[in-house]
Design a protein around this ligand. Structure first.
Ligand code: GRF
Length: 193
């Protein structure tokens, strides 16, 4: 059984899906805490499942590094084997990333390296491509540049809006994130280095 800390900034649908999966005693990962940079709506899911939460607001710190140091201390307090960025919208500085190297993964709504950044779904639609997808990758010091663990394609349908497409992508994300964490927990891939 591995311990997982999830960081979110938004609605937390990926978090909720993981919380549901980890209710099954056979699921090999337990969510031990959920953190955010703001009062994210998704924190309610953690509270419902009686999982510890913490919020570390960047605006209360004089530098990004100081903020990240406190965020890291909150994460490490829970001694996680794995830290999952599931819609965490702040870029993490090097002091945070290097301390968790090999244990820090992100889920991104495109087939990286295409459409990096905060508007991946919108950018894929604007580019007129017929396929986009989901990528789960290790986090490095860049933005959406870390080593790719797994990817799944999602078709773009005629008439898709950003929100319709993003919902379709999220339903793929929920399954892919759950199964990837399961594989990492069983070390079917050399992931927890
Ligand atoms: C997901 O699409 C994820 O790939 C991206 O942010 C979104 C988070 O959605 N990084 P939710 O908060 O899990 O619903």
């Amino acid at each position: 059984m591995i311990s997982v800390v999830v960081l979110i900034s938004g609605s937390g649908s990926n978090l909720l899906s993981l919380l549901k999966k980890s209710e099954n005693p056979l699921y090999p990962a337990k969510i031990v805490a959920v953190g955010s940079d703001l009062d994210a709506p998704g924190l309610e899911h953690a509270e419902l499942y009686e999982v510890d939460t913490f919020v570390v607001r960047p605006e209360l710190f004089s530098s990004k590094e100081d903020w990240a140091k406190t965020l890291l201390a909150n994460v490490q307090h829970h001694q996680p084997d794995l830290v999952v960025l599931a819609g965490f919208m702040k870029i993490l500085p090097a002091n945070f990333v290097s301390a968790l190297k090999g244990k820090l993964i992100n889920i991104h709504p495109s087939l990286l390296p295409d459409f990096k950044g905060a508007h991946a779904v919108r950018d894929a639609l604007a580019a007129g491509v017929t396929k986009t997808g989901v990528t789960i990758h290790y986090v490095d010091e860049g933005v959406d540049t870390g080593e790719i663990i797994v990817q799944t394609e999602v078709d773009i349908e005629p008439g898709d809006t950003e929100s319709i497409l993003h919902e379709r992508i999220k339903s793929v994300e929920h399954e892919l994130l759950g199964s990837t964490i399961e594989q990492l927990a069983y070390k079917q891939k050399p992931v927890l280095r």
